[in-house]
Design a protein around this ligand. Structure first.
Ligand code: NAD
Length: 351
């Protein structure tokens, strides 16, 4: 056996109901004396309570989806104006993304308190948009130094968003099975992530305010992001990145819809991944496991429901071909991408 694996340096708390103490601990460890808190206006009260024991100098609620450059510049200016020394972000991937944009230019350490299953908190990937173009990059400075997972903060995440976000996490796991840098450690994490998410998601749908299902989801989301961060973007993420960036589609829902089509496309050419995913679902085939879960949680089914127009299908093919990983298990052709996208657009059976 020969492979190289890099584990990213990060402390993680699973602290249901106890985010406030864990945030305080992590801010102290970082020597923080001037904390900038980043959260949307909707989550402002929650962010205040979670950071009540930290030396906060500013609460910043100017957050927007996909981190527009102007939003990032305003947050960077606020951090400088208040001479912040630690960033605490409380929210979904958009909020974590804004903290990363500040860290990218300032080097300030981040304590992330996630409230969705997007997983950005466990990666060193940043993203910014300018004039409708999304740029992403990898930089060690943006990796949060610590994560505080508190499942009680996710109880308010509505069921449809929980489903979409949970399938976004599941997509990290599935794509990690064949992504460019995948290795046995990533695959072990991804397999356990699939198991946790497949158990947690139906539990959240059946009882959105039951803490155990929410805890399983955060655990699975964390594993999924660690696997994805190490394995890199596979075909699924490349497709969603192109679609999301070009047509401003909602992130989690796009991942939720596209995943079965990429799995159906790749699995026959990736027997090892097929077996690992099926094992994690406890089903005869990987696609059967995914589709059973999707039906159980009433998953989003068609990209046309989320703003993709029919002409956008042909329009996206060249960009997807350019972005597709060279070593995808199955060769990626224009016809193959077109058929996949059309099926995802109309919500056809992926099998
Ligand atoms: P989001 O952060 O935009 O949140 C989605 C919606 O849910 C928002 O309206 C938000 O206000 C609401 N919300 C969040 N938590 C809530 C809660 N607990 N209760 C009630 N409402 C809540 O979306 P997201 O799907 O979490 O993140 C998507 C963004 O993250 C995208 O920009 C994507 O590119 C980025 N992302 C980055 C990485 C990375 O590694 N860099 C990984 C995954 C996602």
């Amino acid at each position: 056996m020969r492979f190289e694996h890099e584990t990213l340096p990060q402390r993680v708390h699973f602290a249901s109901g106890d985010a406030r103490a864990a945030v305080r601990t992590e801010v102290e460890r970082l020597g923080g004396a001037r904390v900038m808190v980043i959260a949307t206006a909707r989550q402002a009260e929650r962010a205040k309570s979670v950071t009540a024991d930290a030396p906060v100098v500013v609460h910043h609620d100017d957050v927007a989806m996909h981190v527009p450059l102007a939003t990032a510049e305003r947050a960077r200016a606020a951090a400088a104006r208040h001479d912040a020394d630690v960033l605490v972000c409380v929210g979904g991937g958009s909020t974590t993304g804004l903290a990363k944009a500040v860290a990218l230019t300032s080097g300030l350490p981040i304590v992330a308190v996630p409230t969705t299953y997007a997983g950005s908190e466990a990666t060193s990937v940043w993203g910014l948009t300018e004039g409708g173009r999304k740029t992403t990059g990898v930089d060690a400075r943006v990796l949060p130094r610590a994560i505080v997972y508190d499942a009680t903060l996710t109880l308010t995440l509505a069921v449809p968003m929980s489903v979409a976000s949970g399938l976004n996490a599941l997509a990290h796991c599935v794509d990690s099975m064949w992504a460019p840098r995948t290795d046995p450690v990533d695959q072990a994490l991804a397999g356990e992530g699939i198991r946790a998410l497949a158990a947690g998601l139906p539990a959240v749908v059946a009882g959105p305010s039951v803490i155990e299902g929410r805890e399983q989801m955060l655990y699975g989301a964390y594993l999924s992001a660690v696997a994805f961060s190490s394995a890199g973007s596979g075909l699924h993420h490349k497709i969603c990145h192109v679609l999301g960036g070009r047509f401003d589609l909602p992130h989690a829902q796009t991942h939720a819809v596209v995943l079965p089509y990429v799995l159906a496309f790749n699995a026959p050419a990736a027997p090892h991944a097929e077996r690992r995913i099926a094992e994690a679902f406890g089903t005869g085939s990987a696609l059967e496991g995914l589709q059973r879960l999707r039906r159980a949680v009433d998953a989003p089914t068609a990209l046309r429901d989320y703003g993709l127009g029919e002409p956008d299908i042909d329009d996206s093919v060249p960009a997807i071909l350019e972005a597709a990983p060279a070593d995808n298990p199955r060769p990626v052709t224009a016809d193959g991408v077109r058929v996949l996208l059309r099926a995802a657009w109309e919500g056809a059976d992926p099998a």
